[in-house]
Design a protein. Structure first.
Length: 154
């Protein structure tokens, strides 16, 4: 490859592509002032007509928008409710975790909550799990709760 490039390597006026360009007539410009930009009346009316057509389409669509939205919501009501509940649940979990993290950062509050949890667990074991009668009572309470939630016969 030759590092010295010549302009004649890239432009050859003897090729047919450039022969057409060389045969064109030259135009002389005698005025040095720029010509004012003049829009022909035909072009102005055509562009304003196009804009009015676009405006009519937009206004028609905006007029139909409430009907289109109500049809969309009626057709997809269940899906939209489920998506809203899912989104609301995610936001609720995030906010709850942020609040718990903020509370956990307060000095001496996290160990206090741990002590309360240990105390409640000890009370539950003492109240319901140590004696046979108390375990039977807990079992009956769980069965009653099952009946209330699930329903059906005993």
């Amino acid at each position: 490859m030759n590092p010295e490039l010549k302009t004649s390597d890239y432009t050859d006026s003897s090729t047919p592509e450039f022969a057409d360009v060389e045969g064109r007539a030259d135009i002389e410009v005698t005025s040095t002032e720029p010509a004012p930009l003049v829009v022909q009346p035909h072009q102005q009316s055509q562009s304003s007509e196009q804009w009015s057509q676009i405006g009519d389409r937009v206004s028609y669509y905006l007029g139909q928008l409430p009907d289109l939205l109500s049809d969309f919501f009626n057709q997809n009501q269940r899906l939209l409710i489920n998506l809203g509940l899912l989104f609301g649940g995610i936001v609720t979990v995030k906010i709850t975790l942020a609040i718990l993290d903020a509370i956990n950062d307060i000095p001496l509050l996290a160990p206090t909550f741990e002590l309360v949890g240990i105390g409640y667990s000890a009370w539950f074991v003492y109240r319901y799990l140590l004696k046979v009668e108390n375990r039977q009572e807990l079992s009956q309470e769980i069965d009653v709760l099952k009946q209330q939630v699930v329903g059906g016969q005993k």
